[in-house]
Design a protein around this ligand. Structure first.
Ligand code: PMP
Length: 423
């Protein structure tokens, strides 16, 4: 029966049952962690062979000796594989070092210091800088814009992506809005896949700022939880057709394909954007780690090699998502108090609890040994105005721990909702 349909007596009884069950959890001495979207050791083991690659004596790719300086754009062998996965021309992808987050940080700091190819002046010299942030979204994106003093404007996420009426209106009318964060496939944390319609509107919309940019973070482009892979839109071509050839800056990495701390990151963009980016990176480095790039090229072989590898990840990760959904369903299903996403890929579940109870749910869980990301962390400045969203990351712990932790989360969410309803 829905929580809202319970009589005052029934609500009191339910709360006291849940409270005593909750109190008994303290004796179990749990220490479970659903905070960060990290691959599990078992997933990392899938790439163990990479540690022996490229191997002694294997250091030449084409005419390049990967041990030496140079090759700022990265190895064509690996760029070709990623370009195929992104559905773009190989010449439109460059390979860098281990973190796409570093590329994103570069993109914004270079824009701040020097301006983009379409800027009238460095962004730091603009009177005001603003940035659109679909919410809930990725906390580390918001960390970059916050650190650079760019004012963040939240835009609500819907089924097929951000609220495009709002985005189009803001971008067309406010020249201080210089860009937008987007995770178009299996978004962090909602798992949303942007619809074709949303993508087309993003590519075509008018922008008041001539140097408006979309950072198109395709971190989960091949991270399916099903047998199928998502369709990857060629945003550069769509935007170029609409007269905005430099709008999209697409990034991705192998962090959650091979090793989270020792993968390869990629930038895909127009020729002008890539030239601009490499012009600046060429000052700060004499080239990326091409040994690791060659190791990855050898490890994957081709784009199908990546797809096969991702299916092995799926075999490990999908049961954890299923177990998480089942545990939440058992606890919360009958009460009509919470909803949670059932993503077809990516690393997260977004749990929506009654307004004003997310912080309390996280506090209750922490007190009995289940660590969750702080409520609000999926919002700019850590502020969820409704105190409603909790990001759950089920990949890192073993399956049995995911089940146990999710059960506790469900219990805590229901207890917090009960107490709130009785206020
Ligand atoms: N983008 C998104 C949306 C992510 O969720 C993550 C990892 N949690 C990253 C980027 C980080 O990627 P990288 O390891 O390549 O820096």
């Amino acid at each position: 029966m829905a929580l809202s349909d319970l009589s005052a007596d029934e609500l009191t009884r339910l709360e006291s049952e849940l409270s005593s069950e909750y109190d008994s959890l303290a004796d179990r001495g749990l220490s479970l962690d659903l905070t960060r979207g990290k691959p599990s050791p078992e997933q990392l083991d899938l790439s163990e062979r990479l540690l022996a690659l490229p191997g002694e004596g294997d250091h030449t790719a084409g005419k390049t000796d990967v041990r030496n300086y140079g090759g700022g754009a990265g190895l064509p062998e690996l760029r070709g594989i990623i370009a195929e996965l992104l559905g773009v021309d190989a010449g439109r992808v460059i390979a860098q070092d281990n973190a796409s987050l570093s590329i994103m940080y570069d993109l914004l700091t270079f824009s701040m210091l020097f301006g983009t190819p379409d800027s009238e002046r460095p962004w730091k010299d603009e009177p005001k800088l603003r940035w659109l942030c679909p919410v809930p979204g990725y906390d580390r994106h918001f960390g970059i814009t916050e650190a650079l003093g760019i004012e963040m404007i939240p835009v609500a996420m819907g089924e097929g992506g951000p609220d495009m009426d709002e985005v189009e209106h803001l971008v067309a009318t406010d020249p201080s809005i210089k860009g937008m964060w987007c995770v178009p496939i299996y978004s962090n944390p909602t798992g949303t896949v942007y619809s074709d319609h949303t993508v087309s509107r993003l590519a075509r919309m008018a922008a008041a700022a001539p140097d408006f940019r979309v950072i198109w973070d395709n971190a989960y482009v091949v991270h399916t939880l099903t047998e199928d892979f998502p369709k990857v839109p060629d945003v550069d071509s769509l935007a170029a057709e609409a007269g905005h050839p430099n709008r999209f800056l697409q990034v991705c990495s192998t962090s959650k394909i091979t090793f989270a701390g020792a993968g390869v990151s990629f930038l895909s963009a127009s020729e002008a954007n890539l030239d601009w980016y490499l012009g600046h990176t060429g000052i700060r480095s004499i080239g990326p780690n091409k040994v690791n790039q060659l190791a990855h090229a050898r490890f994957f072989g081709d784009a199908d090699g990546v797809r096969d590898h991702m299916q092995k990840h799926r075999e490990i990760v999908a049961p954890k998502f299923e177990a998480a959904a089942a545990a939440l369903g058992r606890r919360l299903g009958g009460y009509d108090v919470a909803t949670w996403t059932s993503p077809e890929g990516g690393y997260f579940i977004d749990l929506e609890v009654p307004d004003g109870t997310a912080t309390e749910t996280v506090r209750l869980a922490k007190a009995v040994g289940v660590a969750l990301t702080p409520a609000g962390s999926a919002y700019p400045y850590g502020q969820d105005p409704d105190d409603r969203h909790i990001r759950l990351a089920p990949t890192l712990p073993p399956l049995a721990e995911v089940e146990e932790a999710m059960d506790v989360v469900g219990l805590c969410a229901l207890l917090a909702a009960c107490r709130d309803a009785r206020k």
